[in-house]
Design a protein around this ligand. Structure first.
Ligand SMILES: N[C@@H](CCC(=O)N[C@@H](CS)C(=O)NCC(=O)O)C(=O)O
Length: 221
């Protein structure tokens, strides 16, 4: 049986959604974050050396890293579903499959970390220094890069409402998490195409079913 080792409130949600889209039977083993650190519990280290989620086990195979998991599931169980056919769309598909975790998520994780630095408990005389450093890094590097990434995502959705061609593909499933994380962290007021993308995917029965199977899914601001 294929098992998804699923951490609550995490990017692992995408894997459950993909499996629902493909109609594959699977079991979900749920893991909870440490309430004070938000880190994954040590049991995930028994599944894969990085101890992070998502990770899947399929018989003796262990596959980690969302993009690699999605490619494995599409190759093994997809029967051609959720793939683009036009060569130009294939290029966009490959781009977004990599950009989601390679370019966009690192900026959103940095935003989360530096937001936390600004609000973390600390002696009062350190706070202005910490806030000053966090503000400088966000203002000079993170925010401009993130704005460019979000603008690019917004423009890419303009033609069809999907990231890689006229129909929903696995690249949209991969990109759903960066769009959701951006919505939680900075809001999507300036990005109507991304708001519409979220509305459409959240209404899908497969997305709803995946939420039921995965449990809590609230992203940190
Ligand atoms: N790029 C990896 C990131 C994996 C990752 O950082 N997962 C988070 C869940 S959102 C996690 O396990 N966090 C808990 C921890 O780092 O202890 C992927 O897409 O699979």
């Amino acid at each position: 049986m294929l098992t998804v080792h699923h951490l609550e409130n995490s990017r692992s949600q995408r894997v459950l959604w993909l499996l629902e889209e493909l109609g594959v039977d699977y079991e979900v083993r749920r893991y909870q974050r440490n309430p004070s650190t938000s880190l994954a519990p040590p049991e995930l280290l028994d599944v894969h050396p990085l101890g992070k989620s998502p990770v899947i086990t399929d018989g003796d195979d262990v596959v980690a890293e969302t993009g690699a998991i999605i490619e494995y599931l599409i190759d093994t169980y997809g029967q051609g579903k959720l793939l683009p056919s036009d060569p130009i769309d294939v290029r966009a598909y490959r781009y977004w499959m990599h950009a989601a975790e390679g370019s966009v998520m690192p900026l959103l994780v940095m935003t989360l970390v530096f937001n936390k630095i600004e609000t973390a408990p600390m002696p009062f005389f350190i706070r202005p220094v910490a806030k000053g450093i966090a503000g400088k890094v966000k203002g000079s590097f993170i925010n401009p890069s993130l704005d460019r990434a979000l603008d690019h995502m917004e423009r890419s959705l303009a033609a069809t409402g999907w990231f890689a061609g006229p129909t929903m593909t696995a690249a949209d499933i991969m990109m759903s998490f960066p769009v959701e994380a951006a919505a939680a962290r900075s809001g999507l007021d300036a990005y109507p195409n991304m708001q519409d993308f979220l509305k459409r995917i959240h209404a899908l029965p497969t997305y709803q079913k995946a939420l039921e199977r995965g449990g809590p899914y609230e992203l940190m601001a």
